[in-house]
Design a binder for this molecule. Structure first.
Ligand SMILES: *[C@@H]1O[C@H](CO)[C@@H](O)[C@H](O)[C@H]1NC(C)=O
Length: 186
C-alpha cells in the first residue's frame, strides 16, 4: 500500500524537486510579459477607436508643414523628421511622406481649385499655386515607430494635394500631399 502511494505520487514529487528557474531568467520573463501586456493595451486602444480620424488642421500641420529653418536638404532629413513629427499610421511606418515648407492657408486655397491628376493618374487632386520647398520620404525599412527608415529627396515645386470635407467647419481642408510638381531651381 505504502509503496503504491509513493509510486503514484512520483510525478508530483519530481515536479516539486525540479530546480526553480534562476532569478535572472524569471526577471527576464516577467519583463517580456509586461511588455507584451503593454503592447496589447496599446493595440486595443489604437484599434478600438475605429477608422483613423481624418487629419485636422492641427495634425496636418504638425505632420506635414515644416519651419523655414529646418535643414530640408539634409540627406537624412526624413529619418529625423518622421520621428520628431511623429508621422505614422497607428504606429506602423508609412510607405511615403512629404514635408513641405509652406503656409497651411496656401494649401487650403488649392482645395477650391479644379481637379488635376494625382500621381496615380486619377483626377482627384488639387495643385497649389505656391512654389514650395519640400522633402519626399520614401520608405526603406522598419515596421513600427521608432524604427521607420526612409530615403530623403529634397524637392522644389508645386504641391499636389488631396482634400477632404470637414463637417464641423463646413469646408474642404488639405488631407495629404500626394506629390510635388517639380520646377527647376533658380
Ligand atoms: C520609392 O520606393 C519604391 C519601393 O522601393 C520604389 O518603387 C519607388 O520608385 C521609389 N520612389 C521614388 C520616387 O524614388
Amino acid at each position: 500500500m505504502r509503496s503504491l502511494l509513493t509510486t503514484q505520487n512520483l510525478p508530483l514529487l519530481l515536479l516539486l524537486l525540479q530546480p526553480r528557474p534562476p532569478p535572472v531568467l524569471m526577471q527576464y520573463e516577467d519583463t517580456a510579459e509586461e511588455r507584451q501586456e503593454e503592447f496589447e493595451d496599446l493595440r486595443s486602444e489604437l484599434y478600438s477607436t475605429g477608422p483613423t480620424k481624418p487629419p485636422t488642421r492641427k495634425s496636418f500641420e504638425s505632420e506635414v508643414i515644416v519651419d523655414n529653418y529646418e535643414p530640408l536638404e539634409d540627406l537624412n532629413y526624413c529619418d529625423f523628421g518622421i520621428m520628431m513629427k511623429n508621422v505614422h499610421t497607428r504606429l506602423k511606418c508609412r510607405k511615403e511622406h512629404f514635408f513641405v515648407q509652406t503656409k497651411y492657408e496656401d494649401l487650403q486655397k488649392a482645395c477650391s481649385t479644379r481637379f488635376v491628376a494625382c500621381k496615380n493618374g486619377v483626377k482627384r487632386c488639387h495643385k497649389s499655386k505656391t512654389i514650395t520647398k519640400a522633402v519626399y520620404c520614401n520608405y526603406t525599412q522598419g515596421t513600427r515607430m521608432p524604427d521607420c527608415r526612409y530615403t530623403s529627396f529634397y524637392m522644389r515645386g508645386y504641391p499636389i494635394i488631396t482634400c477632404q470635407w470637414q463637417d464641423d467647419i463646413e469646408s474642404l481642408v488639405p488631407e495629404y500631399i500626394n506629390n510635388i510638381l517639380e520646377v527647376p531651381d533658380k
